[in-house]
Design a protein around this ligand. Sequence first.
Ligand SMILES: Cc1cc2nc3c(=O)[nH]c(=O)nc-3n(C[C@H](O)[C@H](O)[C@H](O)COP(=O)(O)OP(=O)(O)OC[C@H]3O[C@@H](n4cnc5c(N)ncnc54)[C@H](O)[C@@H]3O)c2cc1C
Length: 221
Amino acid sequence: MANRLSEIKEWNILLLEAGGDPPIEASVPELDGDLKLSKYDWQYLTTNDGVIDQSVINGSVNWPRGKMIGGSSNMNGMVYVEGNDQDYQNWYNAGNLEWSVQDVRRCFKKSQSYQNQRLLQDEAISKHYGRNGPLALNIFNTTYRQVTEKILKSWDDIGIKNVPDVNTANVMGSSIVTATAANGARQSSNHYEHKEITSKVMSNGNMMAQLGLSNYGGCYK
Ligand SMILES: Cc1cc2nc3c(=O)[nH]c(=O)nc-3n(C[C@H](O)[C@H](O)[C@H](O)COP(=O)(O)OP(=O)(O)OC[C@H]3O[C@@H](n4cnc5c(N)ncnc54)[C@H](O)[C@@H]3O)c2cc1C
């Protein structure tokens, strides 16, 4: 968001962040679990409402939220699902005229840098994803693809048909998930176009972000 706002050249953007720079675990997929309940997590607990989570002590569960530059994008599951057209149509129908399916898809596309060369051979996938945006997307590296293939076949067998890519298929079907990960590393909101937002501690102890600003084009009409 700060990066996008900075595209308006006459504006000065100050990004205030309660946490500090993310640790190395944030960059390595699967190590994000170590950040939960650490100083990089706000460590929220849900309130016991007497109905849900009654099987756990105090009826309350941890509710992780990132407390670092890049926020929760540095500890999330990296699963990249765009949503179904009908979701956005409902928002539009409710009176949000700038959230039409076309507008939302155009903005998604502008933000994306889809990098899976094998899947890009598929014309529909190639047309669906943007290639020049700041957010790199790919599928996860894995050594257990044969297990994934078996699970996918099971979905297919029970009618949730395999598709080359769920986003391209309007989230109808099953496929290997697209991830905000590329070249084995997490792609968080503080990393884009090989630039990084890092922080500076202000004299009063707060953090001030240093923006490695890009010239990434905006999504304005
Ligand atoms: C464990 C986990 C797994 C997830 N998995 C997925 C997934 O696989 N796919 C997916 O699409 N989404 C996932 N999400 C959700 C996704 O990460 C969030 O929706 C997204 O990061 C929200 O972005 P945001 O910028 O709105 O907020 P955040 O990323 O939470 O950023 C808010 C920032 O503001 C800072 N802040 C808050 N209060 C203050 C204050 N008072 N002063 C200064 N700074 C403050 C915080 O420290 C934080 O850095 C997951 C989230 C979590 C926590």
